[in-house]
Design a protein around this ligand. Sequence first.
Ligand SMILES: C[S@@+](CC[C@H](N)C(=O)[O-])C[C@H]1O[C@@H](n2cnc3c(N)ncnc32)[C@H](O)[C@@H]1O
Ligand code: SF4
Ligand code: SF4
Length: 339
Amino acid sequence: MKEFKLNNRTNVKGLIHQKTIDYLETEEEKKNYIEYRDKFDKASNFKKIYDYPIHIDLEIDNICNFACSFCPIGQPDTKLGKWYQTKKEIPKEKIFEIIDECKEIGVNSIQFSLVNEPLANKNIFEVLKYTTSKKFEDVFIVSNGSLLDEKRALKLLDTNITKIQFSLDAFKASTYEKNRFTKVKKPGLYEKVKNNIINFINLRNKLGKKFPLIRVSFIELEENIDEINDFDKFWSSKVDAIHYQKLTDYKNKLVNFEEFKDKIRCNMSNFRLSIKADGNVRPCCVGYGEEILVGNIYKNSLKDIWHSKVFKDFQKMHLDYRSYENPSCKKCLEHSNLY
Ligand SMILES: C[S@@+](CC[C@H](N)C(=O)[O-])C[C@H]1O[C@@H](n2cnc3c(N)ncnc32)[C@H](O)[C@@H]1O
Ligand code: SF4
Ligand code: SF4
């Protein structure tokens, strides 16, 4: 068992926010973005909780063409994984309603992926275009990149989203295809995904577009850790940022945190609400948060959820270093590679 030292879930390499500011066209856009990042930093560092969620995750559906080994979708026999075996989808009209409410209450950033593949959804481009027309500071998706052929790439570029993250988690094809694979294993998948990303970057540049900024991500695992330098060297010159992510292991407990449990707190609910494909609202984007219900978009407004006693108590619990009091949070902190 490891010793106590709490790390961030994600370490970012690359000045993606400075780049965003540099590339935004008007002084007002730059000012709004700087203010948004300032609020985000204050909220994530427990300095201030704002009157509204700064960020919303909206899981447009719960469908993915992959079944990665570490993801709930790739673990269909577990309690978390079972939920993904039946299709759920938020109707387009409801999504537009939510986007309108987000704008009304002051939300700055929206992403349209939680546990799903956003590029597999037929409405995704229309939804993204509608969202960017409302002038949020950040609109982005996280994707496995496998479906991004030239036709989709052109449609995606036309949406004017600010960022996209492609999850790779490996440098070698053999490692990639061990953990990240389609439901029916396809040889050559890694090369296809890598080429899709490189073609997308080239197309963006050829069209003279600055956005979306592009990042790739890498979950640090025992089996890929010796590839991290090659991964870094290869992608650093091509993308705008690299995200090194910590694993949440849904199968194995990684730490026994009894001795330091009152020195740990989770900041997720300080700045975000996560809407699942069945309309249930959760306090975070991590799998264990799926066990924590704070509202439902068919019954409650986001504003009411944010100001509800249940949610305020949940925020206060974390603020006071009592994250362990919620059984799902306790499990999450014991199963995440954060120490
Ligand atoms: C669930 S995926 C959804 C978006 C898209 N399908 C993809 O894979 O990029 C969102 C992010 O969560 C990461 N992820 C999945 N399972 C994880 C786990 N057990 N621990 C940490 N991150 C995980 C993925 O690598 C990806 O970057
Ligand atoms: S591609 Fe993303 S959502 Fe799909 S199984 Fe892999 S990590 Fe999960
Ligand atoms: S489950 Fe709890 S501890 Fe884990 S990320 Fe979500 S809010 Fe934080």
